[in-house]
Each structure stands twice: as C-alpha cells, then as structure tokens.
Ligand binder design. Structure first.
Ligand SMILES: [Zn+2]
Length: 310
C-alpha cells in the first residue's frame, strides 16, 4: 500500500510552501512558490490550481487523505472560513474549506499560521502534556498562540490570541488593524521598517540590532516587545513561554534584554520567579510540519469516530 499523507500548505504573505506529510510527520516533495505568483488571476483560483496539479503529480505514489492549510489570517471558530487576511488581497470573508472540499473531494482543514508554529513547537519540545503553553512570534506583526489543557484556545469568534492589539494608554500610533494605540506598531517588525527609513535611514533592517541596539529607540522597541508577553504571562501563569519569529533571529538581537524586560513587567514573586522560556528553532519547514500535525490530529478524530461504528 502507498504511504498515507496529507497535502500541507504554509501560506505566507511572501512565500507559500507545499509538501506531503506522513503520520510520523516526515515531509516529502516540498516546494516553495511566491505568493504573488499564486495571486495572479485571483488567489483562490491560483490556490486550487496549485493543489490540483500537485495532487496529480503525487497521487500515484502516495495515498492522499486530506489537505491542511495554514493562513496568516483570522479564521472563524469552526475553522471553515477566513475572516480577514491583511497581507493577501481577496482573502477576506472567504469560505475556503467549503470551496476546496467541493473541488478536491478531500477533507480540508484550516488553521492560523501561528497556531501551526505553536503545534510544531509543542511537538518538538515535547510539551503536549503541559497544561498551559503560550507561543509569541515576532515578525512584521506579533503572532500568538495559546495552548491550554490539550487544545488551542479559539475564543467565541475564533480570534483568541490577538496579542499585538493590547492597547497602550496615551499611545497615538495607528495600527494595521485600524485601532489607535495597539502595542504592535511599537513592538513589531513594522517599527523597525520605519526606523530604517526614518531615524536610521540607509540601514538595512537585518543590521538594525547589530548597529543600534543600545540606542533609546531600539531599547524602547525591545521593551515594547516584552509588554504583550508579560501581559499574557500575568493572566495565564503558563508552564512554558515559547518565543520565536524572525526578529529574534536577527544578528545582534538583545535576547537577554527581552527576557529582563519580560521579568520586569511580570508580577513578583510569581509568576516572575518561575518563568521558563524556550526559543523556537526557526526553520522553513516548521509551518508545513505544523500543518501536518494539525491535519493528522483532525484526521485521527474522524478515524476514531468511524472506528467506533464498525
Ligand atoms: Zn491593532
């Protein structure tokens, strides 16, 4: 019998990755494409065509059970519909799961990209049995996943963990979400982009910490990164705090200063005295494997249900 796999996609604002993931979370036939190329002629059409062609290529050698996709989007509670996707045009209020299932005749699973990163980290650090784990991923924005009692936290509308939008009193910066005063424009990667065109004009973003980490501007930005993390720690008192994302990988990033700031803003003596940080290993494949972990979890739920009726 052919190997059972799930087609997994990690869709980002810049690149999309596609691969096959088996029950042991091994990846096969990984490909990377530019998201912009996929969007020509409508993103949904491009996505369908990509998956159909990919399936055609591999269906003789593999048994393809389902499709699992991670999006940089907010997704409704039932995980069937994209609510909003700030970085990809035409991907708001879209019933992606229904559309794909109808065309592909395969089960389709959707999840937020940061939740898939968290699932990958829970798996790689063997934390799935812990009661509360939070993941905070710093990129252009601030991504957050919350894992409690064996489940990802979704909330009433499916959008729990919008940690970048913690409000700051008297802050007047307008956030990408439309609100004024969110922490994300002060602590996220977009702030670095602005510094590189303004105060530190001519600097490449990747050099900014290496060159300027001791300036008041960067000290403020790193402290601003600590605020949402400390806030969530104060609320949830988690077993582990996973920190990750592109900013932490940049040369000269002041990791120690980030940890000290998180400590400074968490309640004493606890949880402050007992914090456990883990650092996500950034690897291009993590999102695809995360989609595989999620897809197989969903698949096995159905399998278990069907078995009970045999
Ligand atoms: Zn906001």
């Amino acid at each position: 019998m052919e190997k059972e796999v799930i087609i997994c996609l990690d869709i980002g604002g810049t690149n999309c990755r596609i691969g096959l993931v088996d029950r042991e979370y091994e990846i096969y036939a990984q490909q990377i494409l530019a998201t912009a190329g996929l969007a020509e002629g409508g993103f949904m059409n491009g996505l369908l065509q990509l998956i159909e062609e990919y399936r055609e290529t591999y269906q003789e050698d593999f048994q393809i059970n389902a499709v699992s996709l991670g999006f940089p989007s907010t997704i409704d509670r039932t995980r069937r519909k994209l609510l909003s996707t700030p970085n990809i045009e035409g991907m708001d209020n879209l019933e992606v799961a229904d559309i794909l299932e109808e065309r592909l005749a395969l089960p389709v699973y959707l999840e937020r990209d940061v939740n898939l990163l968290l699932l990958y980290d829970l798996f790689s650090f063997r934390l799935e049995e812990e009661s509360t784990v939070i993941g905070v991923y710093f990129g252009t924005g601030i991504g957050n996943g919350i894992y409690m009692n064996g489940k990802l936290l979704y909330g009433r509308n499916g959008v729990a963990g919008e940690l970048g939008h913690i409000p700051q009193l008297h802050a007047d910066t307008v956030c990408g979400c439309g609100n004024t005063g969110c922490i994300e424009p002060i602590g996220g990667g977009r702030c670095l982009e602005e510094l590189c065109t303004g105060t530190f004009a001519g600097t490449r973003i990747r050099d900014i910490y290496k060159k300027y980490r001791d300036t008041p501007e960067l000290k403020t930005q790193v402290e601003a990164m600590s605020i949402p993390v400390a806030t969530e720690i104060n609320i949830l008192d988690p077993d582990y705090v996973i920190l990750g994302g592109g900013l932490l990988q940049m040369e000269g990033f002041p990791l120690k200063s980030l940890e000290e700031n998180i400590y400074k803003h968490t309640r004493k003596p606890y949880p402050a005295e007992n914090l456990r940080f883990l650092y996500s290993n950034v690897n291009q494949e993590n999102g695809i494997i995360g989609a595989g972990i999620y897809g197989w979890k969903k698949w096995k739920e159905v399998e278990k249900y069907e078995m009970s009726y045999v």
